[in-house]
Design a protein around this ligand. Structure first.
Ligand code: MN
Length: 131
């Protein structure tokens, strides 16, 4: 299995730490961006296999980030998975409408998180240690 690169756009240090830990532990490469603008620049530079997108970001909201990624012909086929808050049901529909492929609810379940991410990756792409 080829090791996948995941770009995680997240401003919260605790979420960044936990999710990076979980993914790296399974052999994924993780790159972080702290806001939408940095995220779009990083996506263009890295061409990651998947983008994890926090729903609440400073400067540019995540729906705008998703729309801009979808409007970019070089980036518009990269799966985008929103990381949404369980309490905010409307966020999930807005995330899909703005171009995200799916969402994972916060608080995340550390036992199943990596498997949930894996579902959105192309066949044969995953962590180095994945079966
Ligand atoms: Mn946030």
């Amino acid at each position: 299995m080829m090791s996948a690169t995941i770009l995680y756009i997240e401003d919260n240090e605790q979420n960044l730490y936990l999710i990076t830990f979980l993914l790296e532990n399974k052999g994924f490469r993780v790159c972080a961006a702290r806001d939408g603008r940095e995220g779009i620049e990083s996506a263009a530079r890295l061409l990651p296999d998947l983008i994890l997108l926090d729903i609440q970001l400073p400067l540019m909201d995540c729906y705008e980030v998703a729309r801009r990624l979808r409007d970019n012909p070089r980036l518009n086929r990269i799966p985008i998975v929103a990381v949404t808050s369980y309490a905010m049901a409307g966020d999930r529909e807005k995330a899909i409408a703005s171009g995200c492929d799916g969402y994972i609810e916060k608080p995340i379940n550390p036992e199943t998180f990596v498997q949930e991410v894996q579902r959105y990756l192309p066949y044969g792409k995953g962590g180095e240690e994945a079966p």
